[in-house]
Design a protein. Structure first.
Length: 230
């Protein structure tokens, strides 16, 4: 999706507040437009706007109730990951219209926004944030807590692009529109404000070239492929 397509999608999307309701009632209750699972007690999945009036109307008939909600007026649902040939760990947040390729790994707490693309065998480590439309190609590692800036607005903005075999250290920040060349290394905590040449090692704030990857011990910058196998 290009920027304007994403903007149009969000603008026209029905804003939803999905809830899950557990309840016990003295009489059978009907919840149109919802999914209801009932035995002794009742579990209802649906939109708050559909459920709330029924709960209010039958408040005296409900003996117990518990309501779960994770968002309010959300425009973009989370992606269904069941058919991905990738490893998605618990509590990763992946929004709809994200592309995740084979054998990628998304760790706990990572956030990937709409329009982003994660390449084959790339690992997004814990609590990393991948912004909208960011492109991360194959065999990369994005360290824990790193931020890859996204661009949804303005519509003309250039997305952040990270080429193949790039290592981004923990808590690094890569600003919008930056292009990271193949086999580059971004040191932990670096703030990258401009493009990085292939095979360069950058560090600092703002990040500067410190050396070439040929000067770094390979075991320090080589991905462990066994972690990507399913």
């Amino acid at each position: 999706m290009n920027t304007q397509q994403i903007i149009d999608y969000i603008h026209h999307a029905e804003k939803k507040t999905p809830v899950k309701v557990y309840l016990s009632s003295n009489i059978p209750l009907s919840f149109p437009n919802c999914k209801v699972f009932s035995s002794t007690d009742t579990v209802v999945f649906g939109e708050w706007k559909d459920i709330q009036p029924i709960l209010q109307q039958h408040a005296d008939d409900i003996s117990q109730i518990e309501i779960e909600s994770t968002c309010r007026n959300s425009a973009i649902p989370l992606q269904q990951c069941l058919n991905l040939h990738a490893r998605i760990e618990p509590h990763a947040i992946i929004r709809e219209h994200v592309t995740i390729h084979e054998e990628a790994v998304v760790m706990m707490g990572a956030v990937i926004n709409i329009g982003a693309e994660i390449g084959k065998r790339t690992m997004i480590d814990m609590n990393a944030v991948i912004g909208g439309r960011a492109q991360i190609k194959n065999d990369c590692h994005i360290g824990a807590g790193a931020i890859i800036a996204g661009v949804i607005e303005p519509a003309s903005a250039t997305p952040t692009i990270i080429e193949h075999h790039v290592l981004v250290g923990a808590n690094a920040v890569i600003l919008e529109g930056v292009h990271i060349g193949e086999h580059a290394v971004v040191a932990a905590g670096a703030v990258v404000t401009k493009d990085v040449l292939p095979y360069s090692v950058v560090a600092g704030n703002p990040a500067k070239i410190m050396k070439q990857t040929q000067d770094v011990k390979q075991e320090k910058i080589t991905n462990v492929q066994s972690l990507r196998k399913l």
